[in-house]
Each structure stands twice: as structure tokens, then as C-alpha cells.
Design a protein around this ligand. Structure first.
Ligand code: GBH
Length: 415
């Protein structure tokens, strides 16, 4: 059964940051965020989760991708489970199942418990596996799809290399151990999930086809280096059991890698979650620090966030992933920022991208719109609205947009 879904993430929708024993996460106190917005209330989904399930049921999706907040389950990131945290997700999972909706559960969507030393510390990989076991002990019998990590590239590069996301470190290439430790945590979590009887396990990476700005050897080499950093570094160890060649970055090996790690990271899993927003165009380096320059994609329409709209990039991406890895693919996020409840831009975006996903020469098993709801868009606060459903962030009121009704019809058509 093809999965037609919508996606959210805990920190972006839940609010209720101190309810029922939740501990602080690294995002709670992170700044600067545009206009000083905070996720204190967000969509109020920790309290209004039943409204969200009703919206999903009315939308007609057969899957919902949400994430579990680690600091709700383990307020300090270690030790026994906080039962009230797990109770929340158990209620959600049971309500989804009662509505005929497959729960697709992401274990880590960036809201790390603040008490942990962070992903630069290898121990966090082991803490993550313990947390995965606690969630799976409660829910393995009911969750249809498990996703270990969301976008370790973004968490590494935005959070540890550029300082744009929590934990706000700007370490450039010294951030790479955070990538390795997340991938190690992924592999250890796969073992924990399997031990608890979890069936389908994925990792979700944000991936982008990389276009050289010209045919010149310098631009092509730069594009290859960027493809290594953005795409292959996070897929190859998981599916091929080795890191790509990192010599373009002046590295002989992945920083932090120890004997035996690759066998753990390479544990068999059931497919790859693909988050796609837009392609990347790359030219030769203009400074000595990095072996590439982001040249910007030109000549396409852009969303309210300024991101280019290139539906065929999704077909190109999925086809390339199938050629390289031969695994089932799930589009775990795809969507766009536009204003308004009448949102023709979103309808055109989603229509074009669904067509592209179905056209790909690949084993594509699902498609999830980002996002069910307008929500807390990280460093942008509430400025970018990605939802099929409009949220009034003062009252919490939800209003389905034109795209919500359109998606319901597209799902009913089944293609
Ligand atoms: C995802 O990240 C996250 O998983 C989700 O939480 C978030 O809300 C959602 O997407 C929307 O942002 O500079 O024009 O080339 C997406 C990661 C990184 C994808 C930046 C697009 C650059 C666009 N994004 N990227 S552009």
C-alpha cells in the first residue's frame, strides 16, 4: 500500500515545554530566532493532538509522520522513561490506528535533551540507542514505520558548522564528528529497535540533486565535493558500509570513525526517507576554506521562503538514489512556504512534485507533505507557513487551506 501522508515534528508543533515532566531541549533557549519568536505554545498540539488526528482523518491520509520529543521521554537524556511522556505518544498512536492511519515515528528531529553533552560527544550515540529502546518497548507493536534521525546533514551543518540552529556552534569542518556520532547512534538504534520487535526502520536524509554551474572541470569537481558532503556522506555509510572519499576536504578519513563503527552504521534497514525541497547549483571555490561555492539556482519561480521550485529535481533525485542504493524510497518531506488560506502556489508545488515522484524510475513507497500544520519554522519562527492547515498562533485555531482540499482529492484519485 502506497503511503499518502503529512508530516510534523514535536518541537515545531507541541508547545507545552514544561508539561508532564518534560526536560529542556537545546532548542528551548536557542537564539537568535526571527522577531524573538519562541516555541512555547507553537500549535499547542501537545494539548490539541486529537484535533490534529481529526484533521488527518478528514484529509484522508493513510500515514502520519510525527516525531517524539526525547526530553519528554527522558528529561535529562538518560535513565528510566518518564511514563507521562510516553503516555502522550501512546494516546496519539492509538488514535491514529483507530482512524486507520499508519503512525510513522521519527525518534530525533533535533530537540536534543539539553542535559546531554551533544553529538560532538560519542557517548550521545549510546544515549540515543537507550532512548530508542524505551520508545520501542512501549510502541513497537503499533508503529508502522520507524525513522531514526531526521536530516543529520542539517543538524550537523546548521547546528554545529554554521551556528544557525541549536546548539549554535560554528565549527566548520570540525563539526563532522557530530555527523559521525549521529550515524553511529542511528546504527545502534536500529539494533535496539529490532530487539524490541520494530518492523520497518528508515533513516531520513534531506537530499538535493547537485548541478555543476558549468561543464568546466573546476565546477564539476566542486559539485562532486558538495554532493559528497550533502548526500553521500549520510547515505553511503548506511547503505554501502563506507564513507565517501573526503580528500577534497583535506581529510583522509571521517573524523571520529573507529574500527567497527561502519558495521554498526551499515545494519540492514528497510529503506531511505528522502526530504526534498530544491536542487543545488555549485561552482568552483572562491575561498580556501571550502572546496565549493553555492552558486544559487536561477531561472525558476521561488516560494515565499525564496527557495526555487524545481519539481523535476525530485524525479532526478529519486532516480539517482535508486541507481546507487537500490532500496525502497519514501518521500518523508516535501512542501513549501506560502502565505494565505487560498494557496494556489502550494497546490501547484505539490501537484508537480507528486507527479515527479511517481514518474521516477525508483521503488517509491510513500509521499508525505511537509507540513500538516503551519508551525514553528526553526530560526524563522512563525514567518514561514508550510501547512496544509492554517494555524492562528494566538488562538490555536486551525483552518484548512485550499491545498488541504486539493490534497484530499489527489489522494482519493490514488495517483
Ligand atoms: C526540513 O529541513 C526540516 O526537516 C523541517 O523541520 C523544516 O520545517 C522543513 O524542512 C522546512 O524548512 O537556500 O534555496 O537552496 C529542510 C532543510 C535546508 C532545505 C535549506 C532547503 C536550502 C534552500 N532545508 N535548504 S536554498
Amino acid at each position: 500500500m502506497f503511503l499518502w501522508g503529512a508530516a510534523t515534528a514535536a518541537f515545531q508543533i507541541e508547545g507545552a515545554l514544561s508539561d508532564d515532566g518534560r526536560g529542556p531541549s537545546i532548542w528551548d533557549s536557542f537564539g537568535p530566532i526571527r522577531d524573538g519568536h519562541t516555541a512555547e505554545t507553537a500549535c499547542d498540539s501537545y494539548r490539541r493532538w486529537a484535533d490534529d488526528v481529526a484533521l488527518l482523518a478528514d484529509l484522508g491520509v493513510n500515514a502520519y509522520r510525527f516525531s517524539v520529543s526525547w526530553p519528554r521521554v527522558q528529561p535529562d537524556g538518560t535513565g528510566p522513561a518518564n511514563p507521562k511522556g510516553l503516555d502522550h505518544y501512546e494516546r496519539l498512536v492509538d488514535a491514529l490506528l483507530a482512524a486507520g492511519i499508519t503512525p510513522a515515528l521519527t525518534l530525533f528531529h533535533w530537540d536534543l535533551p539539553a542535559a546531554l553533552p551533544g553529538w560532538l560527544d560519542r557517548d550521545t550515540a549510546h544515549r540515543f540507542a537507550d532512548y530508542a529502546a524505551l520508545v520501542a518497548d512501549r510502541l513497537a507493536d503499533r508503529v508502522g514505520l520507524w525513522i531514526t534521525l531526521n536530516e543529520p546533514f542539517v543538524h550537523t551543518v546548521y547546528g554545529h558548522a554554521l551556528g544557525l540552529h541549536a546548539p549554535g556552534q560554528a565549527l566548520f569542518l570540525d563539526a563532522l564528528p557530530a555527523a559521525h556520532h549521529q550515524l553511529l547512534g542511528h546504527g545502534l538504534a536500529v539494533d535496539a529497535l529490532r530487539a524490541a520487535g520494530a518492523s520497518s526502520v528508515l533513516i531520513t536524509n534531506n537530499l538535493s540533486p547537485v548541478w555543476p554551474a558549468s561543464d568546466s572541470p573546476d565546477d564539476r569537481a566542486a559539485a562532486d565535493a558538495y554532493d559528497t558532503l550533502h548526500n553521500r556522506m549520510f547515505n553511503d555509510p548506511v547503505f554501502l558500509g563506507e564513507y565517501p572519499d573526503l580528500r577534497a576536504f583535506g581529510l583522509d578519513a571521517m573524523p571520529g570513525l573507529r574500527d567497527g563503527d561502519l558495521a554498526i552504521i551499515n545494519r540492514p534497514i528497510d529503506g531511505l526517507g528522502v526530504n526534498y525541497y530544491n536542487p543545488t547549483r555549485i561552482s568552483a571555490p572562491q575561498s580556501p576554506e571550502l572546496p565549493f561555492t553555492d552558486a544559487g539556482v536561477e531561472g525558476y519561480p521561488t516560494t515565499a521562503f525564496g527557495w526555487p521550485v524545481v519539481p523535476d529535481g525530485l524525479r532526478e533525485l529519486l532516480t539517482g538514489l535508486h541507481e546507487r542504493y537500490r532500496v525502497p524510497l519514501y518521500v518523508t518531506e516535501n512542501g513549501c512556504s506560502y502565505e494565505g488560506i487560498d494557496d494556489p502556489g502550494r497546490i501547484a508545488y505539490l501537484d508537480g512534485h507528486i507527479d515527479a515522484a511517481l514518474r521516477a524510475d525508483a521503488d517509491v513507497r510513500g509521499y508525505f507533505v511537509w507540513s500538516l500544520l503551519d508551525n514553528f519554522e526553526w530560526a524563522e519562527g512563525y514567518h514561514q507557513r508550510f501547512g496544509l492547515v492554517h494555524v492562528d498562533f494566538t488562538t490555536g485555531e486551525r483552518t484548512p487551506k485550499a491545498s488541504y482540499r486539493w490534497y484530499r482529492e489527489r489522494i482519493a484519485r490514488g495517483a
